[in-house]
Structure formats: C-alpha cells, structure tokens
Design a binder for this molecule. Structure first.
Ligand code: F6R
Length: 357
C-alpha cells in the first residue's frame, strides 16, 4: 500500500534509509560480524573471476559492484548485459563464478544465461529481492536484498539495496581471503542511511532544480567520472523511462569525442562530482559544455564542493557515493515525470518484470 504517498516510486525512494538499516541488521550476527552462508564464502574464495549478469538498473548496480569486488576483494570482475552475454559469450576464466543481480528474479534475459552456464557446469549466485523467484531457485546460492516489495516500475530501493549487498559481499570475501581492510561496511552503510535521510528531506529543493533544469527540455546529459560515471548511467535511465526526456549518461572525458556536438544553448547537463581524484577533471568537462551553452548542474559532495554547485551531498565513504548520489537523480526523474503529467509508477511501454527475451 502506498499510504499517504501519491506514488509508489516516491514511497520507495523514501524507504531507502530503512532498507539500508535492514540490510545492516540482516547481514550481521550477534557479535557484529558479517553473516554470510559458508557455501557462498567458499564459492567466492574459489573463483578466479566473477561474471556479473544483469539487465537495466540491476546492470548499473553491477557496475558499482565490480569496483567493490576489485578494490576490496581483489577479484577481477566482468559485468555483462544479460541479453548480450546470452548469444555472444566471452572467453571464460578457469574457475568462473556467475553472479546474477535481479530485483524480480524473473528476468528472462538473465535466466537464459543462467540456464546456459549451468549446462556448462559453472556455479551461480543470485542476488535478488524475491528469494523464491526463478533465478533464485535455479542458482546454487542466493543473497536476499531485503528491500521489501518494489511496486513502481522504475527501480529505486532495489538498486541501492543491490549496491549495499554487493559491498558487504566484497568485504566478506576480502576477509575470507585474509586481506587487510580499512573499511567497516556496516559503519559506513550506517553513515549512508543517515545521509539518505537528509536527502529524502530535501524534496522541495530538488523539485525546484527540476523546474530550473528539466521543465521544458527534450533531452539531457548526465556526466561523471569513475564511480560517478556508473551513477550517471542510472540517472539517465531513471529520467528517460518515466519522464520520456531523452537522456544519456556519459563518461565526462568521453563527451568531447563526439557527443558534445549535441550540446546547444540551454541543454541540461547534470554532472556528478563526488570523487576527489577526478574532481578537477569533471569540472573541466563541465566548463567545456558550458562554453557551448549548456545549462549545467553540478551535484557534488561535501568536502569537494565549490561555490556555484547546485546541490551538495552529505559526505560518505568514497566507495559508497553511488548510494547517495543516486537519490537526487531519482527525485529529479520523479519530479520531471510528475510535472510533465506522466504516469510515474507505470510508464508507457514498460513492465515491472521482463519475462520475455
Ligand atoms: C529500471 C528497471 C529495469 C530493471 C530491469 C531488470 O528502472 O526497473 O531496467 O532494472 O528490467 O530487472 P530485474 O532487476 O528484476 O532483473
């Protein structure tokens, strides 16, 4: 039930801090140690390479998960769009582990990959919000997202839950492998939950930014570098699927290799700046588009902000910034759809779970 909320999407955006706290609780034992199935630990330790398979928003969460797995657990990861992997399989490593990320656990494109890799004898782990789902039943192992039912077609709390669970899995794997880590995932996710509380309280500000940047536009660009690039892809998907504004997520440095040709007077460019090592260069990319007339909005993180930034996020650990930077992008998409009179929870042409290939 959506209760007092006008739309499920808004309710589900607001639930994100609660979901973070639920995940912290469910993945911790009574001694505050990470709690994960011993078989999953064994499978993660045995793998020489991880293949993440997903679609849409879950694919975008997989891109963030790759960074966790490589930086924290030191396992190489490939992230693949399920529908592509299925018919054009890359060369596999000797001991691959397949990780399926799926809110519904019913996505046919992902299932088709699961069937194929099971025939080949490879192990599979499904990360899903629906433990009894097809992808969960047919994989060897399951990790639960604990996000609660997601009703709006546009995925919000499942994306952040997927990222949180992937962070926990990466840290757990690092520990199992005996790696030294200077990163307490539960403490950092607690900080994220508090930051999300702040952000969901800033709706008026974000609604105003939507009016300033997205009211009448036909297209929009989201740019970022490094971790922000992954979130730029998700911000663009959210905007296009519910407001029907044509949106593209781009790596800040890649824009000038062609796509900058599309920037005209007033084109909105939403830039994320949450990463210290690329803060200077993403701001350079913003200047490049502003010089061509773009209406640029910088969303930065406290500590990296500059005077004219449109929106400043509360600070969180730099690996976990996608969990907070996505929230204003979800809300921008929500208000853009609302102001344009679109059906927020049930956008045209889309179904909540895509059960055909
Ligand atoms: C976007 C969205 C879709 C799904 C995709 C995968 O908001 O909801 O892109 O993320 O269809 O669905 P699941 O995660 O159920 O496999």
């Amino acid at each position: 039930e959506k209760g007092t909320y006008p739309h499920f999407m808004l309710k589900e955006i607001d639930e994100q801090p609660i979901v973070m706290r639920k995940i912290i609780k469910e993945y911790q034992d009574e001694h505050n140690e990470l709690k994960l199935d011993a078989n999953i630990r064994q499978a993660m330790k045995a793998a020489d390479r991880i293949y993440i398979i997903a679609a849409g928003t879950s694919y975008h969460a997989g891109l963030v998960g790759k960074e966790f797995m490589e930086k924290l657990a030191k396992i190489p990861v490939e992230v693949h769009v399920a529908s592509e992997f299925s018919y054009n399989m890359p060369l596999l490593s000797e001991r691959p582990l397949f990780v399926f990320i799926s809110q519904s656990g019913e996505t046919a494109d992902s299932r088709s990959v699961l069937v194929k890799i099971k025939e080949m004898g490879h192990p599979a782990l499904t990360i899903t919000n629906v433990p009894g789902s097809t992808l969960s039943r047919e994989a060897d192992y399951t990790l639960h997202l604990y996000a609660g039912p997601e009703i709006a077609v546009a995925s919000t709390k499942a994306y952040t839950a997927q990222i949180a669970v992937l962070a926990i899995l990466a840290v757990d794997t690092a520990k199992v492998k005996g790696l030294e880590l200077d990163f307490d995932p539960m403490q950092e996710l607690g900080i994220v939950a508090n930051a999300m509380d702040v952000l969901t309280g800033q709706k008026e500000e974000l609604e105003q930014l939507t009016r300033d940047y997205l009211a009448t536009t036909r297209n929009a660009f989201f740019i970022g570098r490094s971790a922000d690039y992954n979130v730029a892809l998700e911000g663009a998907l959210k905007l296009k699927e519910i407001s029907y504004i044509q949106a593209e997520g781009f790596a800040g440095g890649e824009l000038k290799h062609g796509t900058i040709a599309l920037i005209e007077e007033g084109t909105p460019v939403i830039a994320l700046a949450t990463q210290a090592n690329v803060n200077y260069s993403i701001r350079g990319n913003v200047q490049e588009v502003v010089a061509r007339g773009a209406n640029a909005m910088i969303i930065s993180m406290k500590g990296l902000e500059q005077d004219d930034d449109a929106f400043v996020l509360p600070p969180v650990h730099e690996l976990l910034t996608p969990l907070v930077s996505v929230v204003p992008l979800q809300l921008l998409a929500y208000y853009a759809a609302l102001h344009r009179g679109c059906d927020v929870d049930k956008p045209r042409n889309l179904a909540k779970s895509v059960t055909v290939e």
